[in-house]
Design a protein around this ligand. Structure first.
Ligand SMILES: Nc1ncnc2c1ncn2[C@@H]1O[C@H](COP(=O)(O)OP(=O)(O)O)[C@@H](O)[C@H]1O
Ligand SMILES: [Mg+2]
Length: 254
């Protein structure tokens, strides 16, 4: 069976000569929680944008279920509906005047009937614990709630693949815990999760696979435990097991 994403010799060079991604090779399997760890500037956001079809790579190959991503993108919106993105800056993602309106925006563009849009919106808001806040303007939410709202939007679209770029950035402890609960729920539903973060200590326990990105290169990938055993200081990633004894303990969930 074809992997969900097959990345071969993928590179991204900007017009100013910056090489953001350098010859990446990676397979992303369906229903897996993939953690991509890398320090600032390692290329996480660029990789996310290329996987989502928002930016073109400069070279290499990117196959989605065995066919070039460009082809998948051309197919009447399937790919766009299947893949959801939770951007680092959640504020830039909101379009509704209220929480409820924001979540219903995506499904209401899918030619679904009104009842279905309402049912999806209700379900997504309940799952993310935002039902109570449905009449609030998004800007009045806390950081954790905003990121959960972004997750609710993706849920209401029934996306099967979700990419999260730095989902813990600028969140306090309760906010991180809220987002982790959301990630847990998505995992339980068998979604494919791609989480890009430099904060491994918050999420490691939820990852099935770990990739280390450093200065645009994949330095290692595999089972989290094994990758961490091989971790080198120059990658700029801290081994969270230094503060938490085992991989299973590395989460801000109790
Ligand atoms: N538009 C751009 N032009 C030139 N270089 C860029 C551009 N966008 C990002 N970069 C560079 O690409 C590299 C990777 O950036 P990014 O993917 O944002 O890293 P991360 O998300 O891991 O912090 C960085 O060195 C950054 O400076
Ligand atoms: Mg980034």
């Amino acid at each position: 069976m074809n992997p969900l994403f097959l990345i071969r010799n993928l590179s991204k060079v900007f017009p100013n000569g910056n090489t953001a991604l350098d010859c990446l090779n990676l397979e992303i399997t369906e229903s897996q929680c993939l953690l991509v760890a890398g320090s600032n500037g390692s290329g996480k956001t660029i990789l996310m944008r290329i996987l989502a079809g928002l930016v073109d790579a400069s070279g290499g190959e990117l196959l989605f279920r065995g066919e070039p991503l460009a082809k998948a993108l051309g197919k009447a919106g399937n790919f766009r509906q299947e893949l959801g993105i939770v951007f680092q800056d959640a504020d830039s993602q909101f379009v509704g005047e209220t929480v409820e309106e924001d979540v219903s925006f995506g499904p209401s563009n899918l030619a679904l009937d009104k009842e279905e849009v309402e049912a999806r919106t209700r379900e997504a808001l309940t799952k993310t614990g935002l039902w109570e806040k449905r009449t609030f303007p998004p800007r009045r939410l806390s950081g954790g709630e905003k990121r959960r709202l972004a997750i609710a939007g993706v849920l209401a679209m029934h996306c099967r693949i979700i990419i999260m770029d730095e989902p813990f950035a600028n969140l306090d402890w309760p906010g991180v815990v809220q987002v982790l609960r959301g990630i847990e729920a998505l995992k339980a539903e068998g979604k494919t999760l791609i989480i890009l973060t430099h904060e491994l200590e918050k999420v490691l326990a939820l990852g099935d696979r770990l990739v280390i990105l450093d200065r645009g290169r994949i330095r290692d990938s595999g089972k989290p435990e094994e990758v961490l055993d091989r971790l080198r200081p120059e990658y700029g990633i801290r081994d969270p097991r230094r503060s938490y004894s085992t991989v299973e303990d590395c989460s801000w969930l109790d």
